[in-house]
Design a protein around this ligand. Structure first.
Ligand SMILES: Cc1cc2nc3c(=O)[nH]c(=O)nc-3n(C[C@H](O)[C@H](O)[C@H](O)COP(=O)(O)O)c2cc1C
Length: 450
């Protein structure tokens, strides 16, 4: 991509902050994940900073075991459900896109299609669905299963689920609801398209009871890192989240995705890769480093050990903190997050780190960027211009502090460099992301026939 092209920005809503110990820091709001006032303030702030999307991650479960660990690391333990939260934010924001995570492993496609179509209408075309397949047994146990189904099966179900959702969103042609008082006709019956689906996971005969939404279809987000995940992303995603440490890794991932797009008859312009980027901003590089170290020092050993064990899918609870982890403890492969697993295995095999060194270093696949607004802008520019991504999924280890400093310092710096839009884009989130509104398939066919 050409130097100087603009970038797209999403921000991860993360309550007190994305750092595992953020809630312990005296300057964060430990109640933020549950506070609509806080979400509203953050989404409005991101909107002022010309972010394109406020993104909400999720898993449909509270942890019910290992509470000694989770009571110190309350991620996903007490937060607002994403669809509900997006509906509320749709009413209190005007421009910013709203991305919400719903698991295709534990939901019904009809419900999802209807809810997201509704929010697209409520928000004036600003909603996106992050399709995940979920990565924990706690969620599975809330939905009739003892264990999470195997990785490959989850992606098969997600593919069928998504295919249904996309078709349901096309239940009606754009101009189906004519509300013609003279004829006494509310809709044109010829413009309804009934879905008749029977597959391995779902059986559906029906149509949505809501008209085609402002974006045609909500934007589709995915973040698969595995082979199956990347294929799925290439087949359907319009925004993809990456989690890579270096420009080279991210560019390689992006190149692979672009190659795969062809397999599904898609073009590179139909995809936006947003690189996950945790950011700490301060007035000087040293202050930013100090902030980071303050947060790291707040990690309780129970949490450090537990997080590593969770992502490695191994029990590390009885290992000494200050000795290397024995290689024979390593499971052969990952069923949850393959990328996180690989990162830890590398630290154990190649660097022979102790447990404590590992947990003070481990950052779930992405090193936190620390620096002044100008330094942060430099790095974002470098990634963007190297073709490593189209923009960023910015995470703030301390949410309010980070987002405020970004909006006040990094946004104007990026604008000065011509790397970020100067004003809000008119229209929908698709317009802001430069993604086409998908024509109704029927409309596309009849146009082609003309
Ligand atoms: C920025 C980002 C956000 C994510 N958000 C969620 C989430 O909210 N819920 C979830 O279950 N997984 C989430 N994931 C995990 C991905 O959906 C996916 O499972 C992971 O990248 C591993 O890919 P794989 O399943 O293909 O191995 C996220 C990943 C990234 C990079």
């Amino acid at each position: 991509m050409a130097a100087g092209e603009q970038m797209y920005l999403a921000v991860m809503a993360s309550g007190p902050g994305s750092h595992v110990a953020a809630w312990l820091h005296p300057e964060t709001d430990a109640r933020a994940a549950l506070s609509i006032a806080s979400h509203t303030a953050m989404a409005q702030l991101a909107e002022r900073g010309l972010f394109h999307m406020y993104f909400i991650a999720d898993t449909p479960a509270a942890r019910t075991t290992k509470l000694d660990l989770y009571s110190r690391m309350p991620i996903y333990m007490n937060q607002l459900e994403p669809i509900t939260l997006m509906a509320a934010l749709a009413a209190t924001t005007r421009h910013i896109g709203l991305g919400g995570t719903v698991s295709a492993s534990f939901y019904e496609p009809y419900n999802l299609a209807r809810q997201f179509a509704s929010i697209d209408h409520i928000s004036g075309g600003r909603v996106a669905w992050n399709i995940v397949t979920s990565a924990n047994d706690y969620a599975a146990q809330n939905f009739g299963l003892d264990k999470l189904p195997p990785h490959g099966d989850r992606y098969k179900r997600a593919a069928e689920f998504t295919d249904i959702v996309l078709k349901l969103w096309d239940s009606w042609e754009d101009d189906a609801f004519i509300r013609d008082r003279a004829q006494g006709l509310f809709f044109d019956p010829a413009k309804q398209h009934v879905l008749d689906h029977e597959g391995p996971y779902f059986k559906i005969h029906g149509a949505l009871n809501i008209e085609r939404s402002p974006q045609g279809r909500p934007v589709i987000i995915q973040a698969g890192a595995s082979e199956a995940g990347m294929d799925f992303a290439a087949s359907v995603a319009e925004v993809i989240f990456g989690a890579h440490e270096t420009i080279e890794e991210s560019r390689h991932f992006y190149d692979q995705l672009k190659t795969r797009l062809g397999k599904f008859g898609r073009a590179p312009e139909e995809l936006r890769l947003l690189a996950g980027m945790p950011v700490i901003i301060a007035d000087s590089a040293q202050e930013a480093e100090d902030k980071y170290q303050t947060l790291q020092a707040l990690i309780h050993p129970v949490v450090g050990r537990g997080r590593l064990g969770m992502d490695l899918e191994a029990d590390l609870s009885n290992l000494p903190l200050d000795e290397p982890v024995p290689e024979e403890l390593l499971p052969k492969s990952a069923n949850f997050h393959k990328k996180f697993y690989d990162t830890i295995v590398k630290m154990i095999r190649e660097e022979k780190l102790t447990l404590r060194q590992m947990y003070l270093r481990y950052e779930r696949a992405r090193r936190t960027l620390r620096g002044t607004p100008v330094q942060i802008a430099d790095t974002l520019q470098e990634w963007r211009e190297a073709g490593a991504c189209d923009g960023f999924m910015v995470m703030f280890p301390m949410m309010e502090d980070g987002l405020t400093r970004f909006v006040n310092g990094v946004t104007p710096e990026l604008q000065r460099r011509g790397l970020l839009r100067q004003t809000q884009t008119e229209g929908t989130m698709r317009d802001a992301l430069g993604l086409k509104r998908p024509p109704h398939p029927k409309a596309a066919l009849s146009r082609a026939a003309e």
